[in-house]
Design a protein around this ligand. Structure first.
Ligand SMILES: [Zn+2]
Length: 151
């Protein structure tokens, strides 16, 4: 984790905060290629009535269609450890590195990602943990729905 990682993770955190203010789930992401931000995104399941707009998938969708060669040299920044849907999207496009804000409140796919050759760097950022803890305390049903659990 260097200074530019911090800068790009902060873009994801900003998205997470925006999502919370919109009444959604506070998870954000950024996709970066060679130091250039291709897109940012945030979990918008609530805002869009979507089943699949997690922070990472929203970000990748916002980036639009990209050549395989671009994904293969990009880094995905996300405030929370990816679920299997988002991890699967990253593996599909051969995104080689994911920087994760935190994995204390949720962790599912990291071993699988690493087994597929993805470099997963967990920052353990207190701001990311705080966003998730507040959401789990204040909107527990929304969170259960987001990760496919019955509440
Ligand atoms: Zn996800």
């Amino acid at each position: 984790m260097d200074d530019s990682d911090r800068t790009f993770l902060d873009l994801a955190v900003e998205q997470a905060r925006l999502g919370w203010e919109e009444g959604g789930i506070p998870i954000g992401a950024a996709l970066v290629h060679s130091g250039e931000v291709l897109a940012v995104g945030r979990n918008r399941r609530v805002q869009l009535g979507s089943a699949i707009r997690h922070g990472e998938t929203d970000c990748i969708e916002n980036a639009g269609r990209l050549p395989a060669s671009v994904y293969r040299r990009s880094v995905l920044y996300t405030t929370l450890s990816p679920c299997f849907m988002c991890a699967g999207t990253a593996v599909l496009y051969d995104i080689p590195r994911i920087v994760v804000g935190e994995n204390r409140t949720f962790q599912a796919s990291e071993d699988w990602l690493r087994s597929r050759g993805v470099q997963v760097d967990v920052v353990d950022d207190p701001a990311c943990v705080a966003l998730m803890e507040r959401m789990i305390a204040e909107r527990p049903q929304l969170w259960a729905e987001d990760i496919g659990e019955e509440s």
